[in-house]
Design a protein around this ligand. Structure first.
Ligand code: Q9C
Ligand code: ZN
Length: 339
């Protein structure tokens, strides 16, 4: 399979606030090193992505958010004069449409929803490289029809129209879906099988019917991102009926998870979608430090086979997965299902 991966991911190496402590983020550069090694060994062809079309990013994200992300590090450094990472710590009240403050710290709160991300000197370059991988994968799928994998890092599915969070800055899966539409597909389905709900992708396409969003994930009543991912969220306005959430109990096993994926696949088969984006997080794996599901490596082969049997042109985009010692085998297993 053709794989797109940029070395620029390395320029983002973050900290996260976790249980009261600032720690090195589990969303580490090593994740990509290990996936790349496994995929090369399995005979996949890894190429660097082309240059990102920033107009494509602006179809998905607010212009003021793109401007914020690209400039925030320089502004933070100018304001505080050192190399501490930029992080938010205050967010708007739920009760009113918030003002957008002028200040760097105010804007960090306005443009985020969680304190598990830090922004450093290379964050923008890494995030745009991740989006470029998704864009190039979509281009390759549109021209060849062959399933293609974007090894995007940092991940993207939590990033909303104008907020970062959950280790995500630019929504790579949404960018891939939009790129497929730009190539002339009239409807695209996004199936998100990361352990966590794809709240960002849901947010971006919530009022649209040209992108069907389906997510299988841990019940947000008990798991991040807490405030979205419920089964009553079905889309709005023109998008009514075009969002499907399938939350599962903590500790779900393969039989529960695979039944949910069957349901997701059935919705896609029913949708007239002309292309598919799989937002693939390996954090459903049994040994994942953030997840509670008990999916095993071999299960990802069968999952790949199931999704491949939809016979749609398919972009697979990397999302989460933090059991680094197994992440390479798990990604290789999912791709194996597409052979
Ligand atoms: N100390 C993705 O899988 N923070 N993001 C967990 C744990 C949120 C996961 C805190 C996890 C976000 C792309
Ligand atoms: Zn996840």
């Amino acid at each position: 399979m053709q794989v797109f991966s940029s070395d620029n991911h390395r320029r983002h190496d973050a900290v996260e606030l976790s249980r009261g402590k600032l720690q090195v983020s589990v969303e580490s550069p090593r994740r990509v090193d290990i996936i790349r090694r496994s995929l090369s060994e399995a005979g996949h062809d890894v190429a660097a992505p082309g240059e990102l079309d920033i107009a494509l990013v602006r179809q998905i994200h607010a212009a003021e958010y793109v401007e914020f992300l690209s400039g925030i590090w320089a502004r933070w450094q100018a304001q505080f004069g050192d190399d501490t990472p930029a992080m938010p710590f205050a967010w708007p009240s739920r009760h009113a449409a918030p003002e957008r403050p002028k200040d760097v710290v105010g804007q960090l709160g306005y443009h985020s929803f969680a304190a598990d991300c830090s922004i450093g000197e290379g964050t923008w370059d890494a995030a745009t490289a991740a989006a470029a991988a998704a864009q190039s994968a979509a281009d390759h799928v549109a021209t060849t029809g062959e399933a293609t994998y974007a090894l995007s890092r940092p991940p993207g599915h939590h990033a909303t129209h104008d907020q970062f969070g959950g280790y995500c800055f630019l929504n790579n899966s949404a960018i891939a879906a939009q790129r497929l539409l730009n190539h002339g597909r009239s409807r695209v389905a996004v199936v998100d099988i990361d352990y966590h709900h794809g709240n960002g992708t849901q947010d971006i396409f919530y009022r649209r019917s040209d992108v069907l969003t389906v997510s299988v994930h841990a019940d947000p009543m008990s798991e991040f991102p807490w405030f979205a991912g419920y089964d009553h969220e079905r889309g709005a306005a023109a998008g009514e009926g075009w969002n499907l959430n399938i939350p599962l109990s903590l500790g779900a096993d393969y039989s529960a998870w695979s039944a949910a994926i069957d349901k997701a696949a059935a919705r896609v088969a029913d949708s007239n979608a002309e292309a598919l984006v799989i937002a693939f997080g390996a954090d459903t794996f049994v040994d994942d430090p953030l997840g509670t599901f008990s999916i095993e490596t071999q299960n990802y082969v069968e999952t790949g086979e199931k999704l491949a049997s939809l016979t749609l042109p398919t972009v697979i985009v990397q999302e989460g997965g933090y059991a680094v010692q197994s992440i390479g085998e798990n990604v290789a297993a999912l791709l194996e299902g597409f052979r």
